[in-house]
Ligand binder design. Structure first.
Ligand code: ATP
Ligand code: MG
Length: 440
């Protein structure tokens, strides 16, 4: 194993306890079910990389395989675990909370599980939120609902105070369910914990409805998001075709990455234009969006437009940068803006159009997880628990190349994942919508 592997996970110390998990462990010399601490999965699966390593003798870059270890760091019946959820809502958060509690309680016999209310605020005693004791009974039914059972918040809290709270309450492991902000936050807690030489494991379970966490295949809840958006697009299409020159504009989430908009359009292929933050489009001129839309109406008498919330921000003149409590840039409302621009354009031409503007963003993000996301959430939670019990820290449990792995938080938060406009995925979107490669 190369010493320079960027994907090696930090550990709190040696694993000295036998895992309480009862698995069918050995067949001859082989361990089954338990994952060995040396099990690795190759990250770059291309033949080119394979040949390069073969020719140079270089060790391929690998990731740690997720799963239960036969020897663990924490004495599980004396362990205290804590769970926090931060940032915006996303389908599946409750499934992850439930999965964590069930795995901690039933697999490992962890007796004390603390729910931290309202995000990182809950780790600041000055906010007075208290804690929620989590038991299998309490979380039994929460997977049926969207949102987060623990509540969430944005806004920074003092890292020192939060680590004080963890230490004062004898927390051994903290599971943080959240997006890039939450993951950077929990990594900062991990750094402070290391400085204090404390033995608290911090674990992230990446939550981002936008699917914009780098390196990982897909974040939980993302599939539910476009699953819920699909019938809305179908109905918006009915609205558009129901009027002469009917236009439906649907705004979906996607602050910096347009994966939901693009995937929803592929899932319900009635969409004629997808506008995403990754593309730089213009409204005016022969190749501008308005003229292309007019051509489409002349031919088909209706159009369905899906726009991601972060698309077209360059179109706003004199835009003032406003930020939310966590420092995320608040976007101008591109949906309303497009509706106004389209209305004005066709009014100038005395062409009658009927425009319907639909913004289902909050309905999409509050939906309960679909079956596939439910499976995914449970498995992510189980793997997060196995990793924490083995004393790993500052890592996320996730899926890469369709395999469950542990990845350092610092690696997945380096940059955001975006749609590659030269890639096969976006090309499929263009094939499905029939929109030109560039607009304006
Ligand atoms: P979403 O995808 O909804 O944006 P998120 O997890 O990125 O989810 P944020 O509101 O951006 O949501 O961040 C969640 C929390 O993490 C906030 O309380 C924020 O202040 C905190 N946070 C972000 N970055 C850091 C950091 N570097 N150190 C400490 N805390 C941080
Ligand atoms: Mg964020």
């Amino acid at each position: 194993m190369s010493d320079t592997n960027p994907f090696e996970i930090e550990r709190l110390g040696a694993s000295q306890y036998e895992s309480p998990l009862k698995l069918s462990t050995t067949k001859g010399d082989h361990l089954f079910n338990f994952v060995s601490e040396t099990d690795r999965l190759v990250f770059d699966l291309s033949l080119e990389r394979y040949n390069h390593c073969l020719n140079t003798g270089e060790t391929p870059i690998c990731m740690e395989q997720a799963g239960p270890r036969q020897h663990i760091f924490f004495e599980s019946n004396k362990t205290t675990a804590a769970i926090v959820t931060c940032g915006g809502l996303c389908p599946g958060i409750n499934n992850v909370i439930r999965g964590l509690v069930m795995a901690l309680h039933y697999f490992y016999g962890v007796k004390r599980i603390i729910g931290i209310p309202y995000g990182y605020e809950g780790l600041n005693p000055a906010k007075g939120h208290g804690f929620v004791e989590l038991t299998p009974e309490k979380v039994r039914d929460i997977h049926q609902f969207g949102g987060t059972f623990l509540g969430s918040s944005r806004g920074a809290q003092d890292v020192g105070i939060m680590v004080d709270t963890l230490q004062e309450n004898h927390v051994d492991m903290l599971f943080a369910i959240g997006g890039d902000g939450t993951l950077k936050g929990v990594n900062a807690l991990g750094e402070e914990i290391s400085k204090r030489n404390a033995k608290i494991s911090v674990v992230g379970i990446p939550k981002t409805i936008d699917n914009d966490i780098d390196l990982i295949d897909e974040s939980f809840g993302f599939e539910t998001a476009f699953d819920v958006a699909s019938p809305i697009l179908r109905d918006a299409h009915n609205e558009a075709t129901g009027a002469y020159n009917g236009i439906s504009i649907i705004k979906l989430m996607g602050r910096d990455s347009g994966f939901i908009a693009a995937s929803a359009a592929l899932a319900m292929p009635v969409v004629n234009f997808v506008l995403v933050p990754e593309m730089n489009f213009g409204l005016e001129g022969e190749n501008g969006f308005l003229n292309i839309l007019e051509q489409r109406l002349q031919q088909k008498k209706h159009a369905v437009i899906v726009v991601a919330e972060g698309a077209g921000q360059q179109l706003f003149e004199h835009r003032q940068e406003i930020k939310d409590a966590s420092g995320n840039i608040k976007h101008e409302d591109i949906g309303v803006f497009l509706k106004e621009k389209i209305t004005a354009y066709f009014k100038g031409k005395e062409t009658p159009v009927t425009i319907k503007y639909i913004d289902p963003s909050y309905i999409v993000r509050c939906a309960p997880a679909n079956s596939s996301d439910s499976v995914y959430c449970s498995r992510l939670a189980y793997h997060a628990v196995h990793g924490a019990m083995a004393g790993k820290t500052k890592f996320v449990a996730s899926k890469v190349n369709n395999k469950y792995v542990y990845v350092p938080i610092s690696e997945v938060t380096k940059k955001r994942k975006k749609i590659n406009l030269e890639g096969e995925f976006w090309f499929s979107v263009l094939q499905s919508t029939g929109q030109p490669f560039s607009l304006g």
